[in-house]
Design a protein around this ligand. Structure first.
Ligand code: C2E
Ligand code: MG
Ligand code: MG
Ligand code: MG
Length: 275
């Protein structure tokens, strides 16, 4: 921090960081309780195959509406959970729910994949791969119905930690598919595509939202062609308009996800979309 002449800025800085710390400790405390009481829930957002128009997968997104502090968005929740280690509890909760739900849909005649988001900290647990496989077994969910989304931040850290890559490879061998999420926003994406067992690229929504510009159209086209040339499946996230969908169809993008198809929804809403 920089000391200003009057010293006022020091006071206000420490006040605001005190408030932030306070908020964090409240969130952490409530989160522990919510996990204990299983008060988190899951919404699912469909992914549509642009060739067939069918929903072939859904992404599981955590939701938390606390009775004392109200709704806490994933953008606030996830970083706090990552720092405190509670992300491992959130991760296993989401995995369990996603697997149970995949089985329910499968039994209803819809073999749709469920995609969960994973943080690198979860994969630092040496038993991560084993416990994922155990959850599949326990819930009766086939491995090929599970997708795991990792971000480029995850990839960056995984690069230096062979234990993480080993676990990813073990899971891939069993039929679990890895998705590189938020593609294009990080550094060195191409290296990760080479190093990690990734089958799907998910183009970050910031590129999709700016498709009105010719330059961004060329950029997104480049990303799609790159993915295809590496035999990867390409998903565009954050698709909000028909124009965006049409452009993505015209350049051969495989799947879209976004408000244009559906917002993240309850299992009942997804089930009715599947009919
Ligand atoms: P993400 O994995 O990239 O998920 C996509 C985010 O974009 C979701 O936000 C989704 O609600 C939002 N979204 C989807 N379609 C549209 C659209 O058309 N327009 C716009 N503007 N937004 C759209 P959400 O649910 O708030 O999640 C934010 C991030 O939090 C996720 O980004 C993911 O990185 C993380 N996250 C969410 N759930 C989990 C979880 O269970 N575990 C972990 N580790 N991270 C999670
Ligand atoms: Mg995701
Ligand atoms: Mg994303
Ligand atoms: Mg994101």
């Amino acid at each position: 921090s920089v000391r200003s002449a009057g010293g006022d800025s020091i006071v206000s800085l420490s006040k605001s960081s005190h408030a932030a710390l306070n908020r964090r400790s409240i969130v952490e405390k409530r989160l522990l309780l919510a996990l204990d009481q299983k008060n988190l829930h899951v919404l699912y957002q469909p992914q549509v195959d642009l060739k067939s128009g069918n929903i072939t997968a859904v992404e599981a997104l955590v939701r938390w509406d606390d009775e004392e502090i109200g709704a806490v968005s994933p953008d606030e929740l996830i970083p706090i959970a990552e720092e405190t280690g509670l992300i491992n509890n959130i991760g296993s909760f989401m995995l369990e729910k996603a697997c149970e739900q995949a089985v329910l849909w499968k039994n209803a005649g819809h073999a749709i994949k469920v995609s969960i988001n994973s943080s690198v900290r979860e994969f630092r647990d040496k038993n991560m791969a084993k416990s994922i496989l155990e959850t599949l077994e326990r819930t009766g969910c086939p491995a090929n119905l599970l997708q795991i989304e990792i971000t480029e931040k995850f990839a960056l850290e995984a690069e230096a930690e062979t234990g993480i890559i080993k676990q990813m490879r073990a899971l891939e061998k069993e039929g679990i598919v890895f998705v590189l999420d938020d593609f294009g926003t990080g550094y060195g994406s191409f290296r990760y595509m080479q190093l990690l067992p990734i089958s799907i690229l998910k183009i970050d929504q910031t590129f999709i939202h700016s498709l009105k510009s010719k330059k961004n159209q060329q950029l997104v086209n480049g990303m799609v062609q790159l993915g295809k040339s590496m035999n990867l499946t390409v998903v565009a996230e954050g698709v909000e308009t028909e124009e965006q969908m049409q452009f993505l169809t015209s350049i051969g993008c495989d799947f879209i996800q976004g408000y244009f198809v559906s917002k993240p929804s309850s299992t009942e809403e997804i089930s009715s979309l599947l009919l």
